[in-house]
Design a protein around this ligand. Sequence first.
Ligand code: UD1
Length: 392
Amino acid sequence: MQTPLRITSVVGARPNFMKIAPFVHAIEAHNASDPARRIEHRLVHTGQHYDANMSKAFFDALNIPKPDIDLEIGSGTHSEQVGRTMIAFEADLDAWRPDWVIVVGDVNATSACAITARKAWIKLGHIEAGLRSFDERMPEEINRLVTDRLSNLLFTPDAIADQNLRNEGVPEARIQRVGNIMIDTLDAQRSRAEALVPADIVRDNLLPGQDTTCERADWQDGGFGVVTLHRPSNVDTRETLEPLVRFLKDAASPRLPLIWTVHPRTEARIRDFGLWEELQACRSIALVSPVGYHDMLRLNMGARLLLTDSGGLQEECCVLGTPCVTLRENTERPITLEAHDGVSRLVGNDIQAIRTAFTDFLAMEKAPNRPELWDGHTAERIVSALINDEVD
Ligand code: UD1
């Protein structure tokens, strides 16, 4: 019997949970089928997201084991979050020293734990490596650059990501194209989502204060759009957020009723800017709390289109074929764009561009597209690479 390979993997914020679930399950499957080469696994939650509906709900829904430790970092400035994470994660690595640290995505937990691991001389693997928006005003881009620069194995979703890494001088042996791990989760959970009913999801998650007695829409498949917004560039200033709210309320929702799953940051800003009451009064928008994984997947499956600034939703739209009005100036996921046979169009927060895309997409049929290796087996490929790894 060999000494077991020890892996610590890290999650911190909502978009991490659907990426770690398949990895954890692939380790469990590996241990069951190849006990001689068992992996000992420790799951660390940094606690960046802590609300039940931003965190625990995903562990339950995706059957992720309870984290071995929650570092309880919470909210704060970027430096506060990164600094607190590094201090707490260093202590955890001292207490349980792994052969590998695996980080996912591009949140503050990703870069903080990447730096800590490498300073402790522990090998680092990054799942979702090589994505670049080339916009360093995005905190996520900084997190991606730092993490990829330090990683010993870079698990990429597509050929564009591979090329980004090559352009930065990453040695070929470190780049492992494995596909998109989030699509493992989508494939595994799709049938459970199918059994849900959009009207029930709206009713069960409606934010307090909305008049539930007045029918807003019947939320039949194809008869609604879904909105999600959370990026500081869209929600933090009144100059940007107010026209967006007015467009959704006065121009978009009369043509297509909308379900808006409101991120806590966005709700706070809409309230700060005094726009909440008029938005709530709109009869063709349902304001709902952030919904669970299956609920969101079901809404995406039934939606005529999405309006979003989320990177993960761009990818899910790509595979489901739901036209995706992407309220961003750039994307680190160009494979999802129309130019690459995807369904996503970048419109920034320019109202005229949003209006044009919205009108075009209203008339469009769903056009699913699966880039190569987005096949539901990405996590298995990662576990196999770690077991057989020979990189320094
Ligand atoms: C983080 C990620 C972003 C990801 C997003 C998904 C970074 C740099 N950003 O942004 O890439 O797309 O998560 O949601 O890591 N809050 C709560 N409850 C929570 C968590 C946050 O109310 O459980 C509120 C707090 O007021 C907090 C604000 O949301 O200040 C922002 O949270 P934060 O973790 O700083 O970043 P996100 O905007 O969520």
